[in-house]
Design a protein around this ligand. Structure first.
Ligand SMILES: [Mg+2]
Length: 367
């Protein structure tokens, strides 16, 4: 089996809520996503997706995905897409860094491996643990009372895990956390995700002001050292996200006991192969995970479902059904949320088929 063609389609994913806002006044109203296809000589095609959270969240941007595919694609023609280790070595040799560029290709090759083996990706990634995967709902940053209303509304839809977008004015953020916690039951989990938005002293004020509440604190500050200082001065369960972008950082954080939960995003790490490596390491080290991506639609949600469903249940903190945040469905067969849970497809590969009429013309083609 040989790669004969790589291609990509750009697709816009407008948000159902109109916009998504997080720390530092950052917001997105229409996501710019790239669907990646890898086609073999024998006519099988695998699909992946990469959708950065705008150009200002991680060092990644939508047009960079397409530019990177044009750079990387010619190096991959003729390779066997089922040999994912070799594929990743070649990608890393041909293009230094830029993990998000490689992510869509790697996901598409896992889809091909599954189709060739006639097995779902989750089975190939370790096996299907349990019936379904628990989801969190991200609560866009607005006024405290309206955020609490949104938490209550999404709770009515079946979610039991909530990630509040804070990282704004610390006094308002304290109100946001208090208002949201007040509408939840004791068994619900609340995460206050500052997305690097607080300085160290602001983070210290917030964690002290909510010390009596059951709330997780996620990535309060920009640097790892600042987060570690906050971590060492709070009893709240602690999540790291933006700082953990490599195995080196994961091992460093484990060694420093810097977190209780880590947020692993597929494109932040460079695809399912590298996410699986980090995931397996976390399981061995006893660290629970939020398994997700930066953003995406149906194909990203399918990839998340397979990664999460193949993770032992005690280590699955939460995952995300990004396809339920946007107005456009780009593929058949993607997971659909039910009572705050989703499941990986039992079809071969990722189990998704693109809706070409939604995707529009090809913007990258390498053959
Ligand atoms: Mg986060």
């Amino acid at each position: 089996m040989k790669i004969a063609r790589l291609f990509a389609h750009r697709v816009e994913l407008p948000l159902i809520e109109g916009s998504y806002k997080w720390s530092g006044g950052k917001s997105v109203s229409v996501f710019d996503s790239t669907l990646v296809g890898v086609e073999t000589e024998c006519g099988l095609t695998g699909y992946g997706e990469v959708c950065p959270l705008g150009p200002f969240y991680l060092p990644a941007y939508a047009e960079g995905v397409r530019a990177g595919l044009r750079e990387l694609g010619p190096h991959l023609l003729g390779m066997d897409p089922r040999e994912l280790g070799k594929l990743n070595v070649r990608m890393d040799a041909a293009l230094k860094g830029h993990p998000y560029v490689k992510s869509g290709i790697d996901i598409a090759c896992w889809d091909l491996l599954g189709k060739a083996a006639e097995l779902p990706v989750c089975v190939l990634m370790g096996g299907r643990f349990g019936e379904s995967v628990r989801l969190y709902r991200a609560i866009s940053q607005i006024e405290p009372d309206r955020m609490a209303e949104n938490v209550a509304g999404y709770r009515d839809q079946g979610y039991t895990r909530f990630q509040l977008k804070v990282g704004g004015d610390p006094d308002t953020d304290i109100q946001r956390i208090r208002a949201a916690r007040a509408v939840l039951q004791p068994t619900d989990r609340l995460v206050a995700d500052a997305n690097t938005g607080w300085t160290q002293h602001e983070a210290m004020r917030v964690v002290r002001a909510v010390h009596d509440l059951d709330v997780y604190i996620e990535q309060p500050c920009l640097s790892y050292q600042e987060c570690l200082a906050v971590r060492r001065n709070t009893s709240h369960p602690f999540v790291l996200d933006e700082n953990i972008d490599s195995l080196d950082m994961l091992l460093q954080a484990k060694s420093d006991l810097a977190m209780d939960v880590v947020n692993l995003k597929i494109s932040k790490l460079g695809g399912l192969t590298k996410a699986k490596q980090a995931r397996d390491l976390c399981v061995s080290m006893g660290i629970a995970m939020t398994l997700e991506d930066s953003w995406g639609g149906d194909v990203t949600t399918a990839a998340i479902a397979h990664l999460a469903h193949s993770t032992p249940e005690p280590f699955r903190f939460t995952s995300t059904d990004f396809n339920s945040y946007v107005t456009v469905s780009t593929a058949e067969g993607a997971p659909k949320r039910q009572d705050g849970m989703m499941a990986a497809s039992s079809e071969p590969g990722l189990g998704v088929t693109p809706k070409w009429e939604v995707l529009g013309p090809r913007v990258v083609e390498i053959a």
